[in-house]
Write a protein that binds this ligand. Structure first.
Ligand code: ZN
Length: 177
């Protein structure tokens, strides 16, 4: 298994996930400092290095606000907590809020996780033509890190940094959004 490392910006804000090997290269090039190690080591003929699990960039990197996350069954389920956004049951399908046959797009603000029953019952109707109410307005996930956390792929070492992002993206529950 290839180890993964969380890369933090100079401000400790999570940026991305890379292989721990790539993270080690950043550390050896003095582009990043080691924050946590997995406890394992990389050995070469001359030396051994701790395998990074969290590194922090030496210089601040400006990040574009919108990081695009691809729409897939997995990513939509992760965003919606694996719950049907109409009735709260276990999600089994992806539903287009405005059906594609009615001009709906395959975009983050028009796809939701849905149970098979709601998905089938909604058919090709618009929300206002049915009794269905959305649990919350769907929107694009804020960052890849949020998505990683939502899909349960976060190592224990990453949690303090990722939790801050999760806490901040609690704003996605804001009913006014
Ligand atoms: Zn449902």
């Amino acid at each position: 298994m290839i180890g993964r490392a969380l890369v933090l910006n100079a401000t400790f804000e999570p940026l991305c996930v890379v292989s721990s090997r790539r993270a080690l290269v950043l550390v050896l090039d003095l582009k990043a400092e080691l924050v946590h190690s997995t406890g394992s080591e990389y050995r070469s003929a001359r030396a051994c290095f701790p395998e990074p699990s969290v590194v922090r960039l030496a210089q601040y990197v400006r990040v574009p606000r919108q990081t695009k996350v691809a729409i897939s069954r997995r990513s939509v389920f992760a965003r919606d907590g694996h719950r049907c956004q109409y009735c709260g049951a276990q999600a089994e399908n992806i539903d287009h809020v405005v059906p594609r046959s009615r001009g709906g797009t395959h975009s983050w603000d028009n796809v939701v996780a849905s149970c098979r029953r709601c998905n089938a019952a909604k058919e090709d109707y618009l929300l206002e033509e049915t009794g269905f109410v959305l649990h919350e307005k769907p929107r694009a996930p804020r960052s890849r890190v949020w998505l990683l956390a939502a899909s349960g792929e976060v190592c224990a070492d990453w949690e303090p940094y990722v939790a801050r992002v999760l806490h901040k993206s609690g704003e996605r529950r804001d009913p006014a959004a």
